[in-house]
Design a protein around this ligand. Structure first.
Ligand code: ADP
Ligand code: MG
Length: 243
């Protein structure tokens, strides 16, 4: 296949994401991202930090192929996202779980249904769903809550449901865009412990955050964006103030 050559060229075997000199402009003026280079290895835990408007969510959307770069290349798993065919995008996205600040649960469905839904859309057999959903709910600490509607849960519990939904299809990568943004410090730390466990079980985790206490406590790789430019990329980093 032509692509295996490409993969050799752009990506090492132990890498899962390569962002190669990416610029993204929405309109004339300062680009949302400028000449960004990031290489992420399988199994890494990476924080993306930076002020509001620095390009963090744009980066997440590029990785999901919701956006395409204005210039540069993006490689995720075995996919060259600049070349991927439209009909292959859903299959590509099955490799990636996503969690947002505002949870995005189905309000009229209970916890079980919210998670099972993610399996139904990829046509997992019912018998398998009935096995997988309770297992993942136990992993996120919600074994006893599967009949509850989201509005009966705390923010921390709702985010656990969203994480279970993101993980039930066993993605290689979890993208989390400010997942603790609506949570108090105690719930935030519990979510962080859960994300760390998920990472230790083998999932590559990329988390966007504003929360310096979390970043400083976790001692993971920290990539800082400022006005669309990577201004630092540190192993076991700390939150750097840019202003
Ligand atoms: P962050 O997530 O770090 O707050 P974003 O990636 O959302 O930053 O935004 C980066 C820049 O791109 C900002 O200047 C923002 O206003 C701009 N931007 C984001 N989305 C759009 C869009 N859909 N159209 C035009 N400009 C956008
Ligand atoms: Mg954002």
């Amino acid at each position: 296949m032509a692509f295996s050559k490409r993969k050799k060229k752009y990506m090492e075997d132990d890498e899962i994401i390569v962002i190669d000199n990416v610029t993204k402009s929405y309109q004339a003026g300062v680009p949302a991202l400028s000449e960004v280079n990031i290489r992420i290895k399988k199994g890494e835990f990476v924080f993306i930090v930076g002020d509001s408007g620095s390009g963090k969510s744009t980066l997440i959307k590029l990785l999901l192929r919701e956006l395409t770069p204005t210039d540069g290349g993006i490689y995720v798993l075995n996919y060259n996202l600049n070349k991927i065919r439209h009909r292959k995008i859903p299959k590509f996205r099955r490799n990636i779980g996503v969690v947002f600040q505002d949870f995005r649960l189905l309000k009229d469905r209970n916890v079980y249904e919210n998670v099972a839904f993610a399996q139904r859309i990829i046509q997992v057999p019912g018998k398998q769903i009935r096995k997988n959903v309770p297992a993942i709910l136990a992993t996120v600490g919600l074994a006893g809550k599967y009949k509850a509607k989201p509005n009966r849960l705390s923010g921390g519990e709702q985010q656990r449901v969203a994480i279970a939904r993101a993980l039930v299809n066993k993605p290689a990568i979890l993208l989390a865009d400010e997942p603790t943004g609506n949570l108090d410090p105690r719930n935030s730390m519990e979510i962080m412990r859960l994300l760390e466990e998920i990472n230790e079980a083998g999932t590559t985790v990329i988390m966007v955050t504003h929360n310096r206490d979390i970043v400083n406590a976790m001692q993971k790789r920290v990539i800082t964006l400022h006005r669309g430019v990577v201004v630092s990329d540190q192993e076991r980093g700390v939150y750097v103030d840019e202003d």
